[in-house]
Design a protein around this ligand. Sequence first.
Ligand SMILES: Cc1cc2nc3c(=O)[nH]c(=O)nc-3n(C[C@H](O)[C@H](O)[C@H](O)COP(=O)(O)OP(=O)(O)OC[C@H]3O[C@@H](n4cnc5c(N)ncnc54)[C@H](O)[C@@H]3O)c2cc1C
Length: 312
Amino acid sequence: MVLSDNIKKVFASFAAETQRAMDRYTSFRVGGPADLLVLPQTVEQVIALVKTAQNTELPVTIIGGGTNILVSDKGIRGLVMVLTRLKQKIEPITPSINTNGDPQGRIYLTALAGEPLGHLCRYAADTGLAGLAWAAGIPGTIGGAVMMNAGAFGSDMSQIVRQIEVLDLTTLETAVLPANRLQFSYRKLSLENSVVLKVRLGLTRADANTVRDEFYRNLKIKQSTQPVSQASAGCFFTNPPGVKSAGYLIEQAGMKRARYNGAMVSDLHANFIVNHGNARARDILNLAAQVKKRVYEKFGINLKEEVNTIGD
Ligand SMILES: Cc1cc2nc3c(=O)[nH]c(=O)nc-3n(C[C@H](O)[C@H](O)[C@H](O)COP(=O)(O)OP(=O)(O)OC[C@H]3O[C@@H](n4cnc5c(N)ncnc54)[C@H](O)[C@@H]3O)c2cc1C
């Protein structure tokens, strides 16, 4: 998209950069340029940016930690907002008895969308708050975790989110949505055309040593079963219902260690596609297509992507 000098000037006041390569902002380490990229630090800046994008008729793409996305080699048109700087101090709140119908002993943690999930997880482990230890080692932001309904060890975000604050990208209105208005499903929150600005989690007081032990146990399992030090976006496919796991199907279909240029099916966890060298998005997509084809041929199961492909 060719941006006029006027548009560039308007967004320069938000320190937006033009033609910024997206590989720096995704854990896959691939992706072509964003026409305009900006990292807002406050909710007010997010709102002003969305308004300006509307006035200049630019499409808006929201990204958190970029740990569950694959950006195309041609990049993203319009304005990309990366929310990793949208943070403030984590706020613990002890609700008065039965606020929101919650049991006693409940503590709320409130954070802006760009807060790393890992920070919240460690904060909970260090202060003896139970309910988040399952998330040990999951990268990305709390906003992204809510949108993806991130989960592990049989738990997920839907079990601890008490409310979120959102901005509607069309009306520019903000709203607080309590948990009972949120439609979570497996690795998904149904929320169209909105930015998650703020998240409130409900955790419970517990013995600090027990919580810390669970946190480190989970972290250790994750580090020994997943290629956490290689560039990837986590599990590439969702686990189909009724089968052991997508990784099991991929392995049984003989695709573990399969390669396409710089993309490779991890030899540690077959549901991870890793950027093994200088993979491009198209190499990853090509390998993913081969994996799907082989799994379908062997099991008649159509794997569905968990990773979101974004861009041209
Ligand atoms: C090594 C590794 C291990 C992983 N392990 C797990 C795991 O165990 N369990 C699991 O569930 N996932 C796992 N993941 C995937 C990923 O970390 C999670 O899905 C994470 O919660 C995504 O957060 P993010 O901020 O990176 O989101 P992004 O990747 O930036 O975005 C994901 C989606 O949410 C949207 N989005 C992000 N933030 C907002 C916002 N504030 N408002 C509106 N939309 C938004 C984006 O547009 C995109 O569609 C793993 C990934 C890696 C690389």
